[in-house]
Design a protein around this ligand. Structure first.
Ligand code: ADP
Length: 182
């Protein structure tokens, strides 16, 4: 089984993905984490990605698809995984379909976390990550609306898409997600 968690920046995708992965025995694949590690380690990828991430823009589809191809081995596909932070564009979603088709899997389950902008901004400012300045946050929300929100439509015709409202305690939201996945 493979799950995709969608939603705006600051919605709690990372927190929920980790919990879902633990409870369902899935591998958690976070592109944000992969990129941040590359930046910390100073790898060529990290050097390329740093500025883009700091401005709140998206790393190129080509780079991201390469990362995902490397991350989804046969073994991980067989065991099941949850994708957090990917796909973030329609093009990435199309490429993911191809990867999963070639591995013999065709249908994802999609969790879409929704939250109002005000609450998103509040949470992002609160977590104090380096790319969470007021200006960057504004840009990330715009990029989300322009490029990532349409990804949900890519899935609604062929996959189960579950909308989850992201207000409540971490465990309440987690319960809601586990319930729809039953
Ligand atoms: P957030 O917690 O705000 O949702 P992430 O930790 O998932 O953010 O990602 C941080 C940054 O890494 C993004 O703002 C973006 O620049 C880059 N990034 C992560 N995943 C992708 C992707 N699939 N495509 C392009 N850029 C990405």
């Amino acid at each position: 089984m493979y799950l995709i968690i969608l939603g705006p920046p600051g919605a709690g995708k990372g927190t929920q993905s980790i919990l879902i992965a633990e409870k369902m025995g899935l591998k958690h694949l976070s592109t944000g984490e992969i990129l941040r590690k590359a930046v910390t380690d100073g790898t060529p990828l990290g050097l390329k990605a740093k500025e883009v991430m700091d401005s709140g823009n998206l790393v190129s589809d080509e780079i991201m698809v390469g990362i995902i191809k490397d991350a989804i081995s046969d073994d991980i596909a067989r065991k099941g995984f949850i994708l957090d932070g990917f796909p973030r564009t329609i093009e990435q979603a199309r490429e993911l379909d191809k990867i999963m088709d070639s591995l013999g899997y065709n249908s994802a389950k999609v969790i879409n976390i929704t939250l109002d902008d005000e609450e998103l901004v509040r949470r992002m400012l609160g977590r104090g990550r380096k790319d969470d300045t007021e200006e960057t946050i504004k840009n990330r929300l715009k990029v989300y609306k322009d490029q990532t929100a349409p990804v949900k439509e890519h899935y609604s015709s062929k996959s189960a898409v579950f909308d989850i409202y992201g207000i409540g305690s971490i465990s309440e939201i987690n319960d809601k997600i586990l319930e729809v996945l039953q």
